[in-house]
Design a binder for this molecule. Structure first.
Ligand SMILES: Cc1ncc(COP(=O)(O)O)c(C=O)c1O
Length: 381
């Protein structure tokens, strides 16, 4: 299991900073995720992994991991050219060059749409285009819009209107309803009971809407993807009417934001090491690097979380710096200059945008070093 000495020894000859994935913990998370999802097939969200070799490793862990949810058309093209297949591009695109190139490949690729303009665009890119309708799963409560504003499609009528005059090049092959307010919203802590109450109420709303739309669409189209969920919602999404596959990404690395759920706990499989370069005062150290703040609304949870050795604490006025990260430590480890200290990113895949390679550990030793997307010369978003 994770401990400071093991990771420190593993990295003793490495140049720091370095990104690390502990394969033993990654595989454990994969098994726990499979259990949480019942018998559903699981599509892997590539945005939350951003390392091709790790994606390939996950597919080897179980035949129930099937297909990728990708995040840009260019990324999808890159993965398709590297031999991967079965893509659900999870977000709309306007990248004509990549879409036209994708449509020339003999691969299963489904594009996300929620408007007539997007459908027209795809129809102009090729003669046979598979699309998936993105249904908005957020719920308005008085004074609070609960969930993310993703799509204008909320009701069966919205869907019927959208696809009433479909161009002949376009086939409806899927429906996705991503319930971010369950899948990506931690429900522990002081606000936990309120969040969990809203989640239950919202679930009743969106599960009914999604079920109704799926049932109608299936009478008129041959759907082969009805996708829902994310790491935080597996237990719910896998039970919902009509859903036949769930998406998971973040749960494999299990970054800091995924510590805040009551119904599951995955192991911190991905983290980064920075080196101690000076000591401004007794009990206080400074590491070089570390300022890898996550995207989204701005709050303190978006900064890296001090991880190992247990007991390191950020200095509140400074946080994780662009070049230097000071921290305090009064624990039992004898720290010296050059030693690594470990932090966890708040989000999963964004860590890989900061590093060219990831060190893969097995049994506490470096097994392999593999390129991230960035290390392959690819930075998609
Ligand atoms: C459409 C969609 N599905 C699923 C997910 C879940 O991914 P994760 O498991 O990384 O939270 C996301 C994440 O943002 C998403 O945008």
């Amino acid at each position: 299991m994770a401990d400071y000495r093991t990771y420190k020894n593993a990295l003793q000859n490495e140049r720091l900073p370095a990104a690390v994935v502990d394969l033993d913990l990654l595989e454990k998370n994969a098994q726990d995720i499979l259990k949480r999802a019942g018998d559903m097939r699981i599509r892997i969200a590539s945005k939350s992994v951003r390392c091709r070799r790790v994606l390939e490793h996950l597919f080897k862990c179980s035949p129930r991991f099937q297909g990728l949810m990708t995040f840009t058309a260019e990324e999808t093209l890159h993965l398709a050219q590297q031999g991967l297949d079965d893509f659900l591009l999870g977000y709309p695109t306007t990248d004509r060059v990549s879409v036209e190139a994708l449509l020339k490949l003999n691969k299963k690729i489904t594009f996300m749409v929620d408007s007539k303009e997007q459908i027209q665009f795809l129809a102009s890119c090729g003669s046979s285009v598979r699309v998936c309708l993105d249904i908005d799963m957020s719920t308005p409560f008085p004074g609070l819009w609960f969930g993310v504003r993703r799509s204008p499609l909320r009701t069966l009528q919205d869907v019927q209107q959208l696809i009433s005059d479909l161009p002949s090049q376009v086939q409806i092959k899927g429906l996705m309803g991503y319930e971010a307010q369950i899948a990506g919203l931690g429900n522990r802590g002081v606000l936990g009971p309120i969040i969990r109450f809203l989640q239950r109420r919202s679930h009743a709303d969106y599960a009914r809407r999604r079920g109704e739309i799926v049932a109608w669409l299936k009478q008129h189209h041959t759907l082969d993807v009805v996708n829902g969920g994310g790491t935080g919602s597996l237990e719910w999404s896998s039970q919902d009417p009509g859903v036949d596959e769930v998406t998971v990404g973040s749960g494999f690395y299990s970054p800091a934001l995924f510590d805040h759920y009551v119904n599951f706990h995955h192991a911190p499989a991905a983290f980064f090491a920075v080196a101690l370069v000076r000591q401004p005062a007794p009990g206080m150290w400074t590491a070089l690097g570390g300022g890898y703040t996550a995207s989204g609304e701005i709050n303190v949870n978006k900064r890296p979380l001090p991880y190992l050795p247990a007991g390191i604490r950020l200095v509140e006025q400074e946080g994780c710096g662009e070049v230097q990260t000071p921290f305090t430590y009064r624990g039992p480890e004898k720290l010296t200059l050059g030693d690594p200290v470990f932090f966890r990113h708040a989000k999963a895949g964004e860590l890989c945008e900061r590093f060219n390679e990831v060190l893969l550990l097995k049994n506490g030793k470096i097994l392999e070093r593999v390129p991230t997307y960035r290390g392959e010369g690819k930075s998609f978003l």
